[in-house]
Write a protein that binds this ligand. Structure first.
Ligand SMILES: C[S@@+](CC[C@H](N)C(=O)[O-])C[C@H]1O[C@@H](n2cnc3c(N)ncnc32)[C@H](O)[C@@H]1O
Length: 341
């Protein structure tokens, strides 16, 4: 962690745990006057003159918050008392959201878990916010959310959330922000043909074709049901996705025809891989090496960390460029960016 007690950050940005440095680097490419005041697991506290709308545009972040104050304190009840002294002006809220918010609720995040704080302290704060901002309390569908973010590192932030909840994912489906970071790390170009040979519900292909300029995305999976659903959506939305039911063992794409493979293969933890995890990953890496062009990128997310790293390190066909130890739904995983020789 890098913590300097200077001034109050303007924004708090949360990311997948382990991807904060990658997020920092990418945000700096888009915003030049950014200063990172605090960086810790899955969190960046920054100052910049950039508007909330600019911050919201980075789709690889989990959430962005406007920071109202920072505290060197982690006791929830004390914090709920202290934050009463820091209330936004109603006119500032309208400017932040480009609509006039009418309702609010309070969310308390304690060491990355949403908790229910002491009822009396919360009631008092809710009453105080209603009085000072003229917003009404709505604990279900509020226009704006005040977040008290309490970190295990010993500091806390009182904030307003700028981002909206994105669509709910199916169990096993990748979060769109992680799919977006994978696309970002692949440095895609508009002539690129991208392959996801284990597309599942299609989180990677959909994120890639909707948010990056590429030629097309080829989406394979051995499960015909998920492929059928992807085909329907792709046709309906006229997306450049070619989805097909194909087992990686039978993948017959031409050699050296793909610019980037971006994929989240089975981890071998939740469903047994008949041939064993080592053999499965060996075949997968061999197939990726076969179809990728020279300088083609492989962006691989997996919980089979040791096996994937070992096979790629030993491979004389790839050079590992970047490697991130991350947490995906509480599970340790690795995100590897490798380049085909
Ligand atoms: C971790 S999931 C991918 C999840 C996906 N990224 C999503 O967001 O839904 C792995 C996928 O690999 C598929 N799969 C497993 N073995 C396969 C094989 N031999 N060939 C092709 N696909 C396979 C599974 O059906 C599953 O959809």
């Amino acid at each position: 962690m890098n913590k300097k007690k200077t001034k109050i950050p303007r924004y708090i940005i949360t990311t997948v745990s382990g991807l904060e440095s990658a997020a920092e680097r990418e945000i700096k490419q888009g915003i030049t006057d950014i200063k990172v005041l605090t960086k810790s697991s899955g969190l960046l506290a920054i100052t910049t003159s950039a508007k909330p709308s600019t911050i919201r545009r980075f789709r690889f972040i989990n959430n962005a918050f406007l920071c109202l104050n920072e505290y060197q304190e982690t006791n929830t009840t004390n914090l709920l008392q202290s934050v009463k002294n820091v209330m936004p002006h109603v006119s500032d809220l309208s400017r932040l959201f480009e609509f006039v918010p009418k309702t609010f609720r309070i969310v308390v995040s304690h060491e990355n878990e949403i908790i229910r704080p002491d009822q009396a302290a919360r009631n008092q704060l809710e009453h105080h916010i209603s009085q000072s901002t003229k917003l009404s309390l709505d604990i279900h569908e509020a226009d704006i959310e005040f977040w008290l973010i309490i970190r295990r590192e010993g500091f806390s932030f009182w904030t307003i959330r700028l981002t909206r909840t994105r669509h709910k994912t199916h169990p096993g489906e990748l979060r769109p922000e992680l799919a977006n970071m994978m696309g970002t790390l692949a440095h895609l170009n508009k002539s690129d043909v991208v392959l996801d040979p284990f597309c599942g519900f299609g989180a990677i292909p959909f994120e890639i074709v909707r948010n990056f300029a590429i030629q097309e995305c080829i989406a394979f999976d051995k499960d015909p049901q998920t492929i059928h659903r992807i085909q329907l959506t792709a046709t309906h939305e006229r997306l450049p996705i070619k989805a097909q039911t194909i087992d990686i063992q039978q993948m017959s794409l031409p050699d050296r025809s793909i610019d980037a493979v971006i994929t989240d293969p089975p981890w071998g933890m939740f469903h047994q891989l008949a041939e064993g995890v080592d053999e499965f990953y060996r075949v997968m890496i061999e197939q990726c090496a076969r179809v990728l062009k020279t300088e083609g990128r492989l962006v691989l997310l997996t919980g089979a960390k040791e096996i994937a790293s070992k096979l790629l390190n030993e491979s004389d066909q790839f050079v590992i460029k970047e490697q991130y130890d991350i947490l995906v739904s509480g599970q340790k995983a690795i995100l590897i960016v490798a380049v085909r020789k």
